[in-house]
Design a protein around this ligand. Structure first.
Ligand SMILES: Cc1ncc(COP(=O)(O)O)c(C=O)c1O
Length: 478
């Protein structure tokens, strides 16, 4: 069925009605809103102007190379990269992390099965990298009270097969910066690369350097290229760079370190292929938007936005700790909060209640003995709404306490412990999903219930492998 252009517009607007709002500061995960209409407008114009430009070949689209050099140059200065740095604009955080791992692996082809050493709090992108590129992922427990990586335990885990060590600035789930100094030093001593995953902090933390201490910021560990031994850093433009989705940076300390990130071939009958990223043909739109937003905001604009988001985070942390039933799990080093509950309620129900009140917070499942929590990403646009959010959070907790923590049927709970996801057939999966309250919609897809707490409670009761199987089954059926 064809539609007129106006009908297409109307239909697209209608489709978006059920999505979370990307702007307005009420969605506290997934999206980043500067609150500045001019930033969004220039970014949209740039995406539109460059949507069809192919970033595959900067020799015929030289503006792509120019914009990439400019954007990488800005990031290099902000991240204290030394002379001789080399960087790439990628499609997102996961791609930047994947490429850091790939470059490290391919720089050392003779180690046998390569190893990646990381704290348990490292982003899932590194699990994916290990899976895709055939590395053993060695996860090291973090300090159970600060949630920061344990540098001694990480140093002890390094072997002749370790090609990369990773630390976060900050970690997504708890919002804390790992002690990068000793981790990078231990890696450097053995000639091992050290990547700092600053995907979510890379466009915030550098602009908070002169933040008054307040007892929180004072001991934030150093993490950028000023730390000896740090060989690469990822920093997402499409997060706190306030650029539309599809842009991140991977920066290496030197051109030599980046070299193994490239893939090239002329061994086929078509054009010569040289890829600095996992993609080949790629839109130059996100890069152009990054170029535009960076030039519009500059250091002063980013510093103002970073301070704004940070103010909001600290104010919110204080308020959360004053709400009976809630506690902030870790002192926030950046602009993220992990909020736990006591036994009077559970984080999943609090998230459902918040959604009823027009706010999105992201549920985080319990992990390695650590508690379940709700995750809050605070962007600049949220800060002016903190009092409104706190009121909604208070009401949500009261409502969640009135029903008590959501449970899993004891029979189902014990069954989950015995299931082996490796041997699942489709019927077993469908049965499990139905038992969890996920039924087929009229059109054949899966209908998600309005309240997700029972589903999260069910996932929480599953071993991690089963969680992955169930999550995949749900998304496949959507
Ligand atoms: C620390 C960290 N690393 C990597 C990623 C992955 O980024 P993306 O979702 O852009 O692929 C994220 C995303 O939140 C992150 O917070």
């Amino acid at each position: 069925m064809t539609l007129t252009a106006d009908e297409v517009r109307a239909r697209l607007a209608q489709l978006r009605e059920h999505d979370l709002p990307t702007h307005g500061g009420r969605t506290l995960a997934y999206v980043y809103d500067s609150g500045l209409a001019e930033v969004d407008a220039i970014a949209k114009e740039a995406v539109a102007a460059y949507a069809g430009t192919n970033g595959l070949d900067p020799s015929v689209f030289p503006s792509v190379a120019t914009m990439e050099r400019d954007v990488v140059g800005f990031a290099a200065r902000v991240l204290a990269a030394p002379e001789g740095y080399a960087g790439t604009v990628t499609s997102g955080g996961t791609e930047s992390c994947l490429l850091a791992v790939l470059a490290a692996r391919d720089a050392q082809p003779d180690v046998g099965r390569p190893q990646l050493v990381a704290p348990t709090t490292v982003h899932a992108a590194f699990h994916k990298a290990a899976h895709l590129f055939g590395l053993d992922l060695v996860l090291i427990d973090v300090d159970p009270s600060t949630f920061r990586a344990d540098p001694d335990a990480m140093a002890a885990a390094l072997t002749d097969r370790t090609v990369l060590v990773v630390a976060s600035a900050p970690s997504y789930a708890h919002g804390v910066v790992d002690p990068v100094g000793p981790i990078a030093a231990a890696a450097a001593e053995r000639g091992i690369r050290c990547h700092v995953d600053a995907c979510i902090g890379g466009w915030v933390l550098p602009f908070l350097a002169d933040e008054p201490s307040r007892g929180v910021a004072a001991d934030r560990p150093a993490w950028d290229f000023s730390v000896p031994g740090v060989t690469s850093i990822s920093a997402d433009l499409h997060k706190y760079g306030y650029v539309p989705k599809g842009a991140s940076i991977l920066l290496h300390r030197s051109m030599a370190l980046r070299h193994s990130q490239f893939w090239a071939t002329a061994d086929w009958p078509g054009y010569g292929v040289v890829n600095s990223t996992l993609q080949s043909t790629k839109s130059a739109g996100p890069l152009a938007a990054a170029w535009a937003v960076i030039h519009l905001l500059g250091d002063i604009g980013y510093a103002a936005l970073a301070r704004q988001a940070r103010e909001g985070t600290l104010a919110l942390a204080q308020e959360v700790d004053g709400i009976p039933g809630l506690r902030v799990l870790a002192l926030p080093d950046s602009t993220l909060l992990a909020v736990g509950t006591d036994d009077s309620c559970d984080p999943y129900t609090v998230c459902d209640e918040l959604l009823e009140r027009g706010w999105f917070a992201q549920p985080q499942l319990p992990f390695r003995g650590g508690p379940a929590s709700l995750h809050l990403t605070i962007s600049a646009a949220t800060t002016s709404k903190i009092p409104e959010f706190v009121a909604a959070l208070r009401d949500s907790v009261t409502a969640a306490q009135s029903t008590g923590p959501v449970g899993v049927d004891p029979g189902l709970g014990s069954l989950l412990g015995t299931l082996d996801p490796a041997t699942f057939d489709d019927a077993t999966l469908s049965g499990l999903l139905a038992a969890a309250g996920l039924d087929s919609a009229a059109g054949g897809g899966l209908a998600l219930p309005r309240r997700m707490a029972p589903i999260h409670a069910l996932l929480a009761a599953c071993p991690p492998a089963l969680r992955s199987t169930l999550l995949t089954a749900v998304v496949e059926r959507l």
